[in-house]
Write a protein that binds this ligand. Structure first.
Ligand code: NAD
Length: 274
């Protein structure tokens, strides 16, 4: 049964019976104003991290931070940043260092979905999806990795998708971008394995977020009717909750996963096991 409403909330009351794996650590979450990013912000805050939410949508980011503070999680800041623009990412990382003097966890989460077969997707739509879903993972990591190298380590989690593991219909640009994120995850994991930076990815099946709701209408369905179809596709018989994706991110970013790097972890209710 679904217990969340797609807003990215969840994970219980602030700090409720959570271990504090991120005490003293600083985390940057791109696309943190909504969905999986917002749920992960809540989870990492509950576990003791200072969290910076960076999002294209400044108003939503401010609202998300205010909501988290209302839940008793004060150590959160919201910054507007378009993760496709190098100068904005550079300024964001400089601001984090001026505020916190370190950066331990990067969750490359910002993403968009636009349906289409190759003959339907125009050049702008192709570039937009590859830009937000793949190039940004390079770009944000490009500015964050030097900080992690300097401080002796860190953990990066990329938000790929089951679309990095199996193909999907009418999603050519999305699958291409997420497939690239999967391979970038493995390549970065190898490059930094001996220098204290672990790089892993989550590969979610359908998660009940605002992106899912938009995706439903984009393909001509209501969220309710699309949910029914997706229940069939996910062996556990339901789609996922933002908090379930957030729990996987928290695990990969924590020292509990100290021997994991280069992993593409399905968080998909068995979708990719079929
Ligand atoms: N929801 C799913 O079913 C699902 C499944 C697999 C993977 N994912 C991936 O999870 C990630 C988060 O998805 P979600 O479902 O939480 O979506 P969402 O739409 O709820 O949140 C995405 C956030 O990214 C932000 N964003 C978009 N473009 C940006 C940019 N250029 N710069 C900065 N921020 C930007 C949006 O403003 C939004 O707040 C995406 O990468 C998505 O591809 C989602």
């Amino acid at each position: 049964m679904q217990t969340e409403d797609g807003t990215g909330k969840g994970g219980g009351e602030a700090g409720a019976s959570r271990c504090r794996r991120f005490e003293g650590k600083v985390a940057l979450i791109t696309g943190g104003a909504s969905g999986i990013g917002l749920a992960t912000a809540g989870r990492l805050l509950e576990e003791g991290a200072a969290v910076v939410i960076a999002d294209l949508d400044s108003e939503a980011a401010q609202a998300a931070a205010a909501e988290l503070k209302d839940r008793g999680l004060p150590d959160v800041a919201a910054r507007r940043c378009d993760v496709t623009r190098g100068a904005e990412v550079e300024a964001l990382v400089a601001w984090i260092l001026s505020e916190h003097e370190r950066l331990d966890v990067l969750f490359n989460n910002a993403g968009i979905y636009e349906p289409g077969e190759v003959h339907e997707i125009d050049e702008e739509a192709w570039d937009r999806q590859i830009g937000v879903n793949l190039r940004s993972v390079y770009l944000v990591s490009h500015h964050v990795v030097p900080v992690m190298l300097e401080q002796g380590g860190g953990a990066i989690v990329n938000n790929a998708s089951v679309a990095a593991l199996v193909g999907d219909f009418k999603s050519a640009a999305y699958c291409t971008g997420k497939g690239g994120v999967g391979m970038l995850t493995r390549a970065m994991a190898l490059d930094y394995a001996k220098r204290g930076i672990r790089v892993n990815a989550i590969c979610c099946g359908e998660i009940d977020t605002p992106l899912f709701v938009r995706e439903s209408y984009q393909i001509g369905l209501t969220p309710e009717s699309y949910r029914e179809i997706l229940y069939e596709a996910h062996p556990v018989g339901r789609i996922g909750l933002p908090s379930e994706a957030a729990a996987a991110v928290a695990y990969l970013a924590s020292d509990d996963a100290s021997f994991l790097t280069g992993v593409l972890l399905p968080v998909d209710g068995g979708y990719s096991a079929v």
